[in-house]
Design a protein around this ligand. Structure first.
Ligand SMILES: Cc1cc2nc3c(=O)[nH]c(=O)nc-3n(C[C@H](O)[C@H](O)[C@H](O)COP(=O)(O)OP(=O)(O)OC[C@H]3O[C@@H](n4cnc5c(N)ncnc54)[C@H](O)[C@@H]3O)c2cc1C
Length: 412
C-alpha cells in the first residue's frame, strides 16, 4: 500500500490551499492531493460570473499553474474518489479499490449541489453550477435556448441570472421564499437586488413553488408551478444549496451531521484527521459561537492555513478569521464582512437609489456584519467594527458624513 505523510481529500480551494500552505511553510513530507474532479485545483466563484459570461478562460481560474504541483512534489491524483476511511489503519480506499495510507488526513471534500426531488429533475437541460463541466455544458447548450428558468434566489442563482440576462437570454427566476437572499442577508439588501434584477428584465417571482419539470424526448421544456402555470424553458438552472460531502468520514465514525464537526484547530473527532472548507462544521465566534458551515473562499483558505500549520508543527493558532464574501451582479460589486446570522437590527448607510450603500447588521447593539454594495470604503473600514464587535449608535452608523474608520471614537 502506497503511503503519504499527508493525504488531502478534495482538490478544491481548501484542499489546494492546504497543500500550498504546507509547502510554503517548509513542510518536507510527502503529500498526495486527491480529487474527484478531472481538473487541478481551481476557483469556483467565477463559474457563475466571468467564466459563464465568457470573460475568463479556464486557465485563469486555476489556483496555480499546471506545473506547480509537480514542482513542489505534491502528487496530484485526479478523478480519484475516496469512498471509505479506515481511521485505525490510517488508510483511505478509492473507488477502484486501491488503498492509500496516511500519516495525517485532511478532508476537504466540499459539497455537492442539492437536486430537486420533483418529477423531471434529471431531464437534459437541467443544470447545477458547481463544476467547470456544469458550466461548459450550459455554455454549449445556450445557442439553442430561448428562455432560462433559474430556481433559487441565492447568490449563485442571482449571479447566473445576471450573466444570462447580459447575454441576451430572457430569464425567469423562481424563489420559494418571500424574498431573495433570505438565508444570508437582511431585507433591505434582498429588496435592492430584487429591484435591480427586475430593472434588467428578469421575471423574478417570489413565493414560487415548483411542482415538477416537464420535458419532451428527455429534454426539459418547462417548469410547472404549484398553481398549474407552466413556464416554458429550454434550460433550468438549479441553485438551491449544497449538501456537504462527508459520507465516508461519518461512516468511519467522525462526529458530525450536516458536515464534519471540527474543533478550533480544524481537528475532527478521529485521530490525525482534519476537515476544512465547505464541509467543516465549526463553532464560529462571528456567529455568536453557533456551529455552522461557511461556504466561502475566505473560510476555505483560512481553515487550510490552520490545519497546515499544525501538521507542520507550528504553534497552534485556532481558527478565528473574520468572515468575508463577495458577489458580482451586473455592475454591482457586493462585499460582505462578518455574519449577519441572528441580527436584530439593520441600518442602511447611503442611498440604495444611488446604487452605492451599505447595510449594517447589529446584534444586541453590536456591529456583526456589513453588506457593502459598490461601497469599498465601508467594506474596508467596517471590518474593524465587526472584529471588535463595536457598539455604535445606529444614527451614527447611518451618517455618511462620518467615515466608518472614525466610528471607534463614537463607541458607546
Ligand atoms: C458558482 C459558485 C460561485 C461561488 N461564488 C463565491 C464567491 O463569490 N465568493 C466566495 O467567497 N465563495 C464563493 N463560492 C463558494 C466557494 O467557491 C467555496 O466555498 C469553495 O470552493 C469551497 O472550497 P472547498 O475546497 O471546501 O470545496 P470545493 O471547492 O467543493 O472542493 C471540493 C473538492 O473535493 C472533491 N471531492 C469531493 N468528494 C470527494 C471524494 N470522496 N474523494 C475525492 N475528492 C472528492 C471535489 O471533486 C472537489 O474537487 C462559490 C461557489 C460556487 C459553486
Amino acid at each position: 500500500m502506497q503511503r503519504y505523510d499527508v493525504v488531502i481529500v478534495g482538490g478544491g480551494h481548501a484542499g489546494g490551499q492546504a497543500a500550498i500552505a504546507l509547502r510554503q511553510g517548509g513542510y518536507a513530507g510527502s503529500i498526495a492531493l486527491l480529487s474527484a474532479d478531472p481538473e487541478a485545483p481551481y476557483e469556483r466563484p467565477p463559474l457563475s460570473k466571468d467564466y459563464l459570461a465568457g470573460d475568463k478562460t479556464f486557465d485563469r481560474l486555476l489556483l496555480r499553474a499546471e506545473t506547480f504541483w509537480a514542482e513542489r512534489e505534491i502528487t496530484l491524483l485526479l478523478e480519484r474518489e475516496v469512498v471509505a476511511v479506515d481511521p485505525e489503519a490510517h488508510a483511505v480506499t478509492l473507488g477502484d479499490g486501491e488503498r492509500l495510507g496516511y500519516g495525517k488526513l485532511i478532508w476537504a471534500a466540499g459539497g455537492s449541489p442539492r437536486r430537486l426531488s420533483c418529477a423531471g429533475h434529471d431531464l437534459a437541460g437541467v443544470h447545477a453550477v458547481r463544476t467547470r463541466a456544469d458550466v461548459d455544458r450550459m455554455i454549449a447548450e445556450l445557442p439553442d435556448v430561448e428562455r432560462v428558468v433559474v430556481i433559487g434566489g441565492g447568490y449563485i442563482g442571482l449571479e447566473a441570472a445576471a450573466v444570462l440576462t447580459k447575454l441576451g437570454k430572457p430569464v425567469v427566476l423562481l424563489e420559494a421564499l418571500d424574498r431573495v437572499l433570505a438565508r444570508v442577508a437582511g431585507e433591505p439588501l434582498s429588496r435592492f437586488y430584487e429591484a435591480e434584477h427586475r430593472a434588467h428584465g428578469v421575471d423574478l417571482r417570489l413565493g414560487a413553488r415548483v411542482d415538477c419539470l416537464e420535458g419532451e424526448g428527455g429534454r426539459v421544456t418547462g417548469v410547472r408551478l404549484a398553481g398549474g402555470e407552466v413556464v416554458s424553458a429550454q434550460m433550468v438552472i438549479v441553485g438551491i444549496g449544497i449538501a456537504p460531502s462527508v459520507g465516508p468520514l461519518l461512516a468511519a465514525g467522525a462526529e458530525g451531521g450536516n458536515g464534519v464537526a471540527v474543533d478550533g484547530l480544524c481537528r475532527t473527532s478521529l485521530a490525525d484527521v482534519f476537515a476544512i472548507g465547505d464541509c467543516a462544521l465549526h463553532a464560529n465566534r462571528y456567529a455568536d459561537g453557533a456551529t455552522i458551515r461557511l461556504e466561502s473562499v475566505q473560510n476555505a483558505n483560512d481553515q487550510a492555513s490552520v490545519a497546515a500549520a499544525q501538521i507542520r508543527g507550528a504553534s497552534p493558532t485556532p481558527y478565528d478569521a473574520v468572515p468575508w464574501f463577495w458577489s458580482n451582479q451586473y455592475d454591482l460589486k457586493l462585499q460582505t464582512v462578518g455574519l449577519s446570522i441572528g441580527h436584530d437590527e439593520t441600518v442602511v448607510r447611503g442611498d440604495p437609489g444611488a446604487r452605492s450603500f451599505s447595510v449594517i447588521y447589529l446584534r444586541q447593539g453590536r456591529v456583526v456584519a456589513l453588506d457593502c454594495v459598490n461601497a469599498v470604503k465601508d467594506y474596508v473600514q467596517g471590518r474593524k467594527l465587526v472584529a471588535d464587535g463595536a457598539r455604535i449608535a445606529p444614527v451614527d452608523l447611518a451618517d455618511t458624513a462620518i467615515p466608518l474608520k472614525e466610528m471607534g471614537a463614537l463607541a458607546l
